[in-house]
Design a protein around this ligand. Structure first.
Ligand SMILES: [Zn+2]
Length: 387
């Protein structure tokens, strides 16, 4: 039994390596994981036999024989990702390699007494609608709130009116599938870890702007969750004593200036609309961008990331933010950090839900077992479907 566990862990480590670094030769795998060439040959033969890994192109080499590279097979599995908002759900169907196979939008009333039943119905209707292949590994759910434990999935989300909501437990019972629940920004960070910055960076910051303002801290390749799964509530960073009232009940929070509602209120105070393009509206963005840049500098000074990735529906207007944001950021960064890269990535309506799907798709690559029992069930479905 112990031997089987060790083999499983090593197979997971090989998948993790190929999933995060990309295709590698057997020699490179052996070197990275400090395994003997014989065990790499044996384990990769098993992974190829089970359809999870395939031989790709030949890597040219100087002298010697060219090395055959191995890569993950995207069609080995799929996951559903669900983004929960205050008035609708977005559900996506995503392959192991990140390709989106389909997306759905459903109206949703989180404050309704039967909201978890409605959530279960919506996801079940999609589960029924999709094909059997690739195999469905599980369901990831992203919520704008804190989640104590991904694998338990109890949610506190004031903006949804949810307190100690047993989202994970109810969905697992309804769907009979592994379910992982996570804060939506942390889920985006999981997707970045798997398909984005995580391929080249171990320490990065994800910043989201839009209706809310959030951050996720990835340190040494892991999303920092905090003691109660509530880390990254950057929107409630206090900016000004006695400032505008925030959705959290406090005043003067970053989100009260930079979130969609805060921007609209600032524009109204100037007698304009946020997106009318005039000088006054541009000033609204410039003031908010200065506040965001200054706060982000504080966070970068504390966390010391390699790169800051900006995401969220608010990035559609990034051209209005950019100049003032960068000026304020640079002005408040410690010397030696002022050249930090800020990357604004493409965004669409399904991006949040793709992050939620990545919670599930990342678990086969999670040799440390951060997704707990649900992660183990996901891995078992992947290996079981293939053999
Ligand atoms: Zn607040």
């Amino acid at each position: 039994m112990a031997g089987t566990d060790r083999g499983d862990l090593t197979r997971t480590a090989i998948l993790a390596l190929l999933g995060t670094v990309g295709p590698l030769s057997r020699t490179e795998i052996a070197r990275e994981l400090e395994l003997s060439p014989a065990s790499v040959t044996q384990l990769t033969r098993e992974l190829m036999g089970s359809g999870m890994v395939a031989e790709l192109d030949l890597k040219p080499s100087r002298g010697g024989r060219p090395a055959q590279r191995l890569g993950l097979v995207g069609s080995a599995g799929r996951a559903l990702g669900v983004k929960v908002t205050a008035d609708h759900l977005v559900i996506v169907d995503v392959r192991l390699d990140g390709e989106v196979l389909g997306s759905w939008e459903r109206p949703f009333a989180p404050s309704a007494p039967d909201s978890l039943e409605a959530l279960g119905d919506a996801v079940a209707s999609v589960v029924d609608a999709i094909d059997d292949a690739p195999p469905l590994l599980g369901v990831g759910v992203g919520v704008p709130g804190s989640v104590e434990d991904q694998a338990v999935g109890t949610v506190n989300a004031p903006t949804l009116g949810w307190q100690a909501m047993p989202v994970g437990e109810r969905l697992r019972r309804r769907l009979d599938l592994p379910v992982l629940v996570e804060n939506d920004v942390n889920a985006l960070a999981a997707a970045e870890r798997l398909y984005g910055r995580g391929r080249t960076h171990r320490d990065f910051l994800v910043l989201t702007i839009g209706r809310g303002v959030g951050a996720a801290v990835v340190t040494d390749g892991r999303v920092y969750r905090g003691a109660r799964g509530g880390a990254g509530e950057f929107g409630h960073f206090p900016v000004t004593p006695g400032g505008p009232v925030c959705g959290c009940g406090s005043t003067g929070c970053l989100e009260a200036y930079v979130g969609t509602a805060g921007l609209a209120a600032a524009a109204r105070a100037k007698g304009v609309a946020v997106l009318d393009g005039g000088a006054a509206a541009r000033e609204v963005f410039a003031e908010a961008a200065t506040i965001l840049g200054r706060a982000t500098a504080g966070l970068v000074n504390v966390v010391d990331p390699e790169v800051v990735v900006v995401l969220g529906e608010g990035t559609a207007q990034w051209a209005h933010w950019s100049e003032s944001f960068h000026a304020a950021l640079r002005a408040h960064l410690l010397p030696g950090r002022r050249d930090i890269a800020v990357e604004v990535e493409s965004w669409d309506d399904t991006s949040w839900a793709q992050g939620a799907a990545a919670l599930v798709l990342a678990t086969p690559f999670d040799a440390a077992g951060a997704a707990g029992e649900q992660g183990r069930l996901v891995r078992a479905r992947l290996i079981g479907a293939a053999t």
